[in-house]
Design a protein around this ligand. Structure first.
Ligand code: GLU
Length: 472
């Protein structure tokens, strides 16, 4: 593997944290290694009748927990090194948020904008078939999900293809997550990664001492934010930050960026993009022709939410943000990461911050395996319990509540958690708990948050190896 490989970059971050653990070299090497990589190629008959060879990959990094889990991306950057690095990040990510999976990642080396809907369907179905043939997919084996360049539509095709060839149709729905709601998906999965990124940033900004050290006030309110990438993750992160009172001052997309120190209305930018196919020329904002220069503009929080290697040795010294919140996977090279620490910037690391996606994938997988919507069995019971409490209060205070309101509660309307509410609270609880865990590791070892996060991951994976007889 070349020195500058993405996988090598992830391993450098791992090694830095491993120094703060006391596991044997052998075990650390096993945790770091990528267990299997499958590179396949197959023909696509294009709509015009021509044949094109498609290159696709799936890497399974660690089976210390099974199934393995991780998204599938459609991007021209996809190669063996990239999927190995991203699969490794998935192992660490799942460990950090206590989601019981090993890490995996897949990808197809295409720019989806160059293919018709039916071509994308043929590519996705063939890819699934190739994975199934080699036992690289299955509810207890390896479970894909959306990633850069894929959506719930691809997940539906994956499920449908898998279902048609599996011997175990009962659990087939759990072979992939990120499916559309109504087609086995769980409510809240689409926005989950961005929602999780928001919770992570909120937790970080709520610690007074940390904000003070950065010269910032506590809380989200009034913080100036630049988001790189207005895809699913970038959009939802910006949306929740804006709703919490942050000011979106800059947005970067592949064709350029826009900046307005007084703030941009996210909704208006999205509408403008719908009308013109670009965020550029948004009224009242300045165009930044070179998309990358947007990252260097003045702000408090920079959210890279696109691809890897966006902040590197060449541009790191020009980054003005005080907090870099890694919504994307691997947006900062390990050298740039070290430079940012020296510059006094707080980096909230990807392995923690974008774990909301896989957390809600886990809820979807559980729903699929249990064949019941979250909350279906308990919702009415919760309403009855609420009613009982109110009746006890009535007795205590010797007063009667409005019977119409009580009947309403008893009917379950507005009481008892819905699936969306359960998913949201499970996600919030996970992100808040994990933040304080990695923060505690960082504080006790006097290291940055990324190293704290990796220490947490390494210790948990090492425990996974020592449990369940993985070593014969
Ligand atoms: N692709 C997402 C990630 O990088 C989600 C993976 C999943 O849900 O399995 O975390």
């Amino acid at each position: 593997m070349s020195k500058n490989s993405f996988f090598a970059e992830v391993n450098k971050m791992f090694d830095r944290a491993a120094l703060h653990t006391n596991h044997s070299q052998g075990l650390l090497s096993q945790i770091k290694e990528c267990n299997s990589v499958y590179h396949m190629s197959f023909p696509l008959v294009r709509d015009n009748g021509e044949i094109e060879v498609i290159h696709a990959y799936r890497a399974e990094h660690s089976q210390h927990m099974q199934p393995t889990k991780g998204g599938i991306r459609y991007a021209l950057s996809v190669n063996a090194d990239e999927v190995m690095a991203l699969a490794a990040l998935m192992s660490y990510k799942c460990a950090i948020v206590d989601v019981p999976y090993g890490g995996a990642k897949g990808g197809i080396c295409i720019d989806r904008r160059n293919y018709s809907q039916s071509e994308l369907e043929r590519i996705t179905r063939r890819y699934t078939f190739e994975l199934a043939k080699k036992n690289f997919i299955g509810p207890g084996v390896d479970v894909p999900a959306p990633d850069y360049g894929t959506t719930s539509a691809e997940m539906s095709w994956i499920y449908d293809t898998y279902r048609s060839i599996t011997d175990n149709p009962l659990d087939a729905l759990a072979c992939v997550t990120g499916k559309p709601v109504g087609d086995g998906g769980v409510r809240g999965r689409t926005e989950a990664t961005g929602r999780g990124v928001f919770f992570g940033i909120r937790e970080a900004c709520n610690i007074e001492a940390d904000m003070h050290a950065l010269g910032l006030n506590r809380g989200i309110e009034g913080k100036r934010v630049i988001v790189q990438g207005l895809g699913n993750v970038g959009y939802h992160t910006a949306l929740y930050l804006e709703q919490a009172g942050a000011v979106i001052v800059g947005i970067a997309e592949y064709d350029g960026g826009i900046y307005n120190a007084n703030g941009l209305s996210l909704e208006k930018v999205v509408n403008h993009r719908k009308e013109t196919q670009s965020i550029l020329d948004f009224p009242g904002s300045t165009n930044i022709q070179n998309s990358f220069l947007t990252l260097e503009m003045d702000c408090d929080i920079l959210v890279p939410a696109a691809l890897e290697n966006q902040i590197h040795s060449e541009n790191v010294s020009r980054i003005q943000a005080k907090i870099v919140a890694e919504a994307a996977n691997g947006p900062i090279t390990s050298a740039a990461d070290q430079a940012l620490i020296k510059q006094g910037v707080m980096v909230i690391p990807d392995v923690y911050l974008n774990a909301g996606g896989v957390t809600v994938s886990y809820f979807e997988w559980l729903r699929n395996l249990s064949h019941v919507r979250h909350g279906r069995i308990s919702r009415r019971r919760e309403a009855h319990n609420a009613l009982k409490i109110l009746e006890t209060v009535e007795d205590l205070v010797d007063k009667k509540f409005d019977p119409i309101k009580l009947a309403d509660i008893d009917s379950g309307r507005g009481f008892g958690a819905s699936e969306a509410e359960l998913v949201e609270s499970g996600l919030e609880d996970t992100m808040v708990g994990a933040y304080h865990e990695i923060h505690a590791h960082a504080s006790s070892h006097k290291v940055d948050l990324r190293t704290g996060a990796f220490i947490s991951a390494i210790n948990k994976i090492a425990q996974g190896y020592s449990r369940g007889g993985i070593f014969p």
